[in-house]
Design a protein around this ligand. Structure first.
Ligand code: NAP
Length: 246
């Protein structure tokens, strides 16, 4: 399905990014597994995939650092000569009420989720425009559309991703680049494992399918958006949330 495609997944050492990287490699892509702090997890994924005869490499970069992002895309350009898919997955969550949210909390979330996603999108757009081909998948969240009590910074950062996706789809479409976003609901990963049990139960109760999502649920949609099967899908925000109502 993705034979010989070059796919870069940010924040791919853990969670949803890890599942997306694995799915892309299993579909025949050469996957670049970006990580920032989870080097053990990233290297173990590369090893796991390579052992199966699948192609994967890792690259350390903090997506909020312009220099790191430039170096990562230089690496991709010099080593592979092209980039077919960027999955802008790296993200951090904050859960604090408005009056408990410091300017520093806001900066941290905005730096990774907004600045980081933008820096990667911009670098990918440059490479893909030359190729006249490419796919960019941005990871937003259900709360980017609905908002959520106690998540003013996080939900605002995810609303940014939606605006960025819609504008980029408009601007880059004529260059053969499709840009879409995935909006997961409640997915079981490290990001959500710290939630209080009552909040967890509430989220599941709000989900008509009656369960939390898995990283693989999200990876299946990412794979579809990477593939030619979604060839006429552009500028969409696709919910992977079991029908959750916030
Ligand atoms: P996770 O398990 O906490 O993983 C977060 C990933 O982001 C890690 O791989 C981490 O890499 C990476 N990351 C964080 N800061 C980074 C930075 N500065 N540079 C590079 N990578 C960085 O979270 P997840 O649940 O898989 O979330 C993945 C994405 O899905 C996020 O954008 C999140 O907002 C979104 N999402 C998640 C849910 C959910 O319920 N889990 C719902 C909606 C949306 P390192 O460990 O290497 O630092």
């Amino acid at each position: 399905m993705l034979n010989d495609k070059i796919v870069l997944v940010t924040g791919a050492g853990r969670g949803i990014g890890r599942a997306i990287a694995r799915a892309a490699a299993e579909a025949g892509a050469l996957v670049i597994i970006n990580y920032n702090s989870s080097w053990v997890e990233a290297l173990s994924l590369v090893e796991e995939l390579n052992k199966k005869g699948l192609r994967a490499e890792s690259y350390k970069a903090d997506v909020s650092s312009e220099q790191d992002v430039q170096s990562m895309f230089k690496f991709v350009r010099e080593r592979f000569g092209r980039l077919d898919v960027l999955v802008n997955n790296a993200g951090v969550m904050s859960s604090t009420l408005i009056q408990m949210t410091s300017a520093e909390d806001l900066d941290k979330v905005m730096n990774v989720n907004c600045r980081g996603s933008f820096l990667c999108l911009r670098a990918a757009a440059k490479m893909m425009s030359r190729q006249k081909d490419g796919r960019i998948i941005n990871m937003t969240s259900i709360v980017g559309r609905t908002g959520n009590r106690g998540q003013v910074a996080y939900s605002a950062s995810k609303a940014f991703i939606i605006g960025m996706t819609l504008s980029a789809a408009e601007e880059l479409g004529p260059s053969g680049i499709r840009v879409n976003a995935i909006a997961p609901g409640f997915i079981e990963t490290d990001m959500t494992k710290g939630l209080k049990e009552e909040v967890r139960k509430e989220r599941i109760a709000d989900t008509p399918l009656g369960r939390a999502g898995t990283p693989e649920d999200v990876a299946a949609v990412a794979l579809f958006l990477m593939s030619d099967q979604s060839g006429f899908i552009n500028g969409q925000v696709i919910g992977v949330d079991g029908g959750q109502r916030m």
